[in-house]
Design a protein around this ligand. Structure first.
Ligand SMILES: Cc1cc2nc3c(=O)[nH]c(=O)nc-3n(C[C@H](O)[C@H](O)[C@H](O)COP(=O)(O)O)c2cc1C
Length: 363
């Protein structure tokens, strides 16, 4: 009996197995609107039997994107573009998830496919960025990272309303799971971590104040996100820098998030400052164990992510209660039928893993 292929439930949302595709920017949107690429990228993993398909970080405003090619969800046109994809995922029995996000001081960049360099506000593809303070991500680096504008309290509240607006649009599009992105040095994480947040108003100074932007946002989102659907937050559970957030801080933050109505924590790491390795840096493989620790210290379900490639490794994480769902990023790029192949490796009946158009012949 495989734990990886056992169902899981949050509220009314049933995951047919514990395998998820991690959110991954595709730089293939046009003014934030999804294209055929997204249908194929996300839809093919549903065909391959993945239980949870997470759409990439999707900006709550035009300036909240990382690059011009990033996905957005600030207008009905975005929800209309995403709905056929959600319908397709549902047709193949996958839970449809989406991550809503604001890039903060890491926005206004060229797409990663074009080098990822920061673009000046006067570049036709760039814009002015915002953050907790006016400190740039990497002022001494060889690459340009321009200084953001420190957000006023009124602007913080406006951005919170943008998250609420995106949550409503995600609901209209039919998503089952909504994830608030608070990792990798983007806006919410940049407020959460002492490495970046040097404010001395109500939104900085100690952990409770640093967490205020996140917690208020989550509470406002929870008010409009249906009670019977799942709400997740992706955290950088560890900043991977001495003075940064650690597991103890993340436990406290997780407990606050639990009180704010969050159903599951998505446990990533790094990305706040150049010294903190990013989402796919060399400490990524440490993350799944941290997910397990957060699961026991907060009592919340967790998604583990980071260098999970092998079926037995994924099975062990779930069987050892370190993860309720395992997310795969790059390995899903390599193999859209990873779930089917994992079932074969683990000796699970594969007949109903692939969509029937394939499964009937090769299941
Ligand atoms: C091309 C690419 C784009 C990514 N985009 C996002 C994103 O939009 N949101 C996010 O939270 N993480 C993003 N990540 C991080 C992944 O979700 C995942 O956490 C990371 O790749 C580690 O998992 P892996 O070792 O299975 O690849 C991205 C990673 C890659 C490779």
């Amino acid at each position: 009996m495989s734990e990886l292929f056992s169902p899981f439930k949050i509220k009314d949302i049933v995951f047919k197995n514990r395998i998820g595709m991690s959110p991954m920017c595709q730089y293939s949107s046009v003014d934030g609107v999804a294209t055929d690429w997204h249908m194929v990228h996300l839809g093919s993993r549903a065909v391959g039997g993945v239980g949870l398909i997470m759409a990439e970080c999707t900006a709550v405003s035009r300036e909240g994107r990382i690059s011009q090619g990033c996905a957005g969800l600030w207008d009905q046109k975005h929800a209309a573009g995403l709905k056929p994809i959600v319908d397709f995922l549902h047709k193949y029995d996958a839970v449809a998830g989406i991550q809503i996000s604001h890039s903060g001081r890491k926005g206004s960049a060229a797409t990663a496919l074009n080098g990822g360099n920061h673009l000046n506000a006067d570049d036709p593809d760039g814009w002015g960025t915002v953050g907790p303070t006016s400190d740039a991500f990497d002022p001494d680096g060889t690459r340009l990272w321009k200084a953001p504008r420190a957000l006023s309290i009124q602007e913080i509240q406006e951005i919170q309303q943008q998250f609420v607006n995106s949550a409503k649009l995600a609901c209209d599009a039919g998503y089952d799971l909504l994830e608030v992105h608070c990792a990798h040095g983007y806006l919410l994480h940049s407020f959460l971590t002492p490495l970046v947040n040097k404010r001395n108003d109500a939104y900085g100074g100690d952990l409770a104040n640093q967490a205020r932007f996140l917690l208020e946002t989550v509470e406002k989102v929870r008010e409009v996100w249906p009670e019977n659907r799942a709400l997740s937050v992706r955290l950088s559970v560890h900043d991977f820098v001495e003075e940064g957030l650690n597991l103890e801080d993340s436990t406290q933050i997780g407990l606050w998030l639990k009180d704010s109505g969050v159903d599951i924590l998505d446990c990533s790491g790094g990305g706040a400052v150049p010294a903190a390795r990013g989402a796919i840096g060399n400490r990524t493989a440490e993350q799944p164990d941290m997910a397990g620790e957060l699961r026991s210290s907060t009592g919340l379900p967790v998604m583990a992510v980071g260098a999970i490639t092998d079926p037995q490794q994924a099975e062990d994480l779930v069987a050892a209660s370190k993860a309720d769902i395992v997310l795969l990023g790059r390995e899903m790029m390599r193999d859209p039928h990873w779930a089917h192949n994992a079932a074969k490796t683990l000796g699970v009946d594969t007949r109903h893993i692939l969509a029937e158009q394939y499964g009937f012949f090769v299941g």
